[in-house]
Write a protein that binds this ligand. Sequence first.
Ligand code: ADP
Ligand code: MG
Length: 377
Amino acid sequence: MSAILPGATIGILGGGQLGRMVAMAARSLGYRIQVMDPDPSCPARFVVDACFEGGWDDARAAADLARGCDVVTLEIEQISIASLEAAAKFAPVRPSAELLHVIQNRIRQKDWLRERGFPLGAWHAARSAQDLEDAVAQLGGRCFVKSAHGGYDGRSQVKIGFGDDTTAGDAWILLGRQPCVVEKALDLDREISVMVARSPCGETRSFPSATNHHERQILAWSVIPSLISAEVETRAQKLACEIADSFTLEGLLAVEMFLTADGDLLVNELAPRPHNSYHASERACVTSQFEQDVRAVCDLPLGDVSVVQPAAIANLLGDLWLDHPPHFDRALAVPGVRVHLYEKHQPRQGRKMGHLSAVGHTPEEAVERVLEAEALL
Ligand code: ADP
Ligand code: MG
């Protein structure tokens, strides 16, 4: 297998902020980039050579994208298998349709992990209202119910037992009467993630873990290196690399993990693409997740992932725009802070519009600075 060198064209299925930031890293390396997205003015639009309009299940648009590409990758896991196969007729698709097939359904993903002995919290699949009711009864107490298909940033999820009187029957209807997973709500010490890159020639590198703080099931802030012990870090690294190897991954795989109050390290979910919790890698690590993605899918040598300085990010949701445009000038006065915006023209509640990043002498200081800057907006 030979490397796909700068000057070649990379196709990205999806043109959101993740595709945009991969495209920017790819441009710096001298690649040409085209994306496919349902929205012709998607965030990647402004930094790519061509944008093909097409939905996640538009196999013809995926083929049109791939026709002019040397390799195709993706920034969202919900691309249909038919689209991935259509693209694969013209260029290698990395990660593969097989891996996507496992990951894009929460039931299949959890079954895959369980069959291979990877640690998960207690859960049940539910394919009917009765299943869901039985699952909630068996798990007892508080539960998260999540649609098997689709869903991100806590969407397509219903919580049961959190103070309101939502029942299993309500959850079944709210989620559209579709197959779902029912998870026991875990008592969390922390949430962490590990990003692994693997290239077609088999080289693998995993970034130091990120510690992630969620609010209302959306990532609020994230920091690298992580606020965990060396012992947990070693366990997390081993877990993430074993999962990537079991898939013979080509590209990136983010492994979201729960560290429970009892000290168990469990897999939450997998994402075969750049991940929000690694945006800080642009400033914390020698190589960012975006450049690493390009290197991995082009079968180039993978970059050094060591930490050069602690860095944190805080997400900027559309809510911040509701009263007045954010005071970015004030945030930028905080030492070590940068503003990253995705050129989304319509702020909406819960929509990720951009993020702030901050470096610090310690991870704690990086978090403090990024939150201080956010408060000034
Ligand atoms: P998404 O695809 O929206 O990221 P996740 O399954 O990662 O969905 O859930 C989002 C967040 O909700 C998690 O990062 C965590 O903070 C919380 N959460 C989800 N499932 C559980 C659970 N079983 N126990 C405790 N917290 C959970
Ligand atoms: Mg998640």
